[in-house]
Write a protein that binds this ligand. Structure first.
Ligand code: 13P
Length: 252
């Protein structure tokens, strides 16, 4: 069984101005002051802050990620940002296929797969998001939806080094509601089995599986303690350094 180092990643979504650099500095200070955390730490700010945050976090334990990238090479695509540009700005990873993008921009598994490939080509880790909606959950389709998205969104060339998968039940995002630890365990076990069946032992067992959706300092210990949960993708609670550091406490 490969040794999977947990990852606690903060997705700032469409939040953050230059003044938010103070929160990043506070997070870096908290990581230096606190007991060593046995996990990787990452912040995904909006595009406008990626370069500044990457410079500010240089030499610190905090890695910087983008929240999306184009599947295309640089060229005539107004408003889009290429994966190579994120890498050039200092990002080491990019989130692709977040449910908010699947919904707001009608992103499909096929499109997400292409974005992940662009990320690999740029040398970025792709954090690929999957998760069921509430009606799908109510119909008992959670495992089918999640494994289907996993099959479609994760490229054939995924490895433990270039891919992280985040399970984010759509109904748990920003709602304060979370699945039970048992429910999370079932989904993560199904994802792990699907990855091992497709990629074999090394990549299948090496790819990290994050849980996301209303992770807070108060529930992080329980959720991060679930089998096959290798960290968290955190939205709202990643915006304040103290809260985010309180989630990282799960690995201290
Ligand atoms: P919240 O932590 O705000 O529920 O958001 C989760 C999320 O969507 C992270 O990508």
């Amino acid at each position: 069984m490969p040794d999977r180092r947990p990852l606690v990643a903060g997705n700032w979504k469409m939040n953050g101005l230059r003044a938010s650099n103070a929160e990043l500095e506070a997070l870096i200070a908290a990581l230096k002051a606190g007991a060593p955390a046995a996990c990787d730490v990452m912040i995904a700010p909006p595009f406008t802050l990626v370069m500044g945050f990457a410079a500010a976090a240089d030499g610190s334990p905090v890695e910087i990620a983008g929240q999306d990238c184009s599947a295309l090479a640089p060229g005539a695509h107004t408003g889009d940002v290429a994966a190579t540009m994120l890498a050039d700005a200092g990002a080491s990873a990019v989130i692709v296929g977040h449910s908010e993008r699947r919904e707001d921009h009608r992103e499909t598994d096929e499109g997400v797969n292409a974005k992940a490939l662009a990320a690999y080509d740029a040398g970025l880790v792709a954090i690929i998001c999957v998760g069921e909606t509430e009606p799908e959950r109510d119909r008992g389709e959670t495992l089918e939806i999640v494994t289907g998205q996993l099959a479609g969104s994760v490229p054939d060339t995924a490895t433990a080094a270039n891919t992280v998968v985040a399970y984010e039940p759509v109904w748990a995002i920003g709602t304060g509601r979370t699945p039970t630890a048992d429910d999370v365990a079932k989904v993560h076990a199904a994802m792990r089995a699907a990855l091992v069946a497709r990629f074999g032992d090394e990549a299948g067992n090496g790819i990290r599986l994050l849980y996301g959706g209303s992770v807070k300092p108060a529930n992080a210990g329980e959720l991060m303690g679930v089998a096959d949960v290798d960290g968290a993708l955190v939205g709202g609670a990643s915006l304040k350094a103290a809260d985010f550091d309180g989630i990282i406490d799960a690995y201290r």
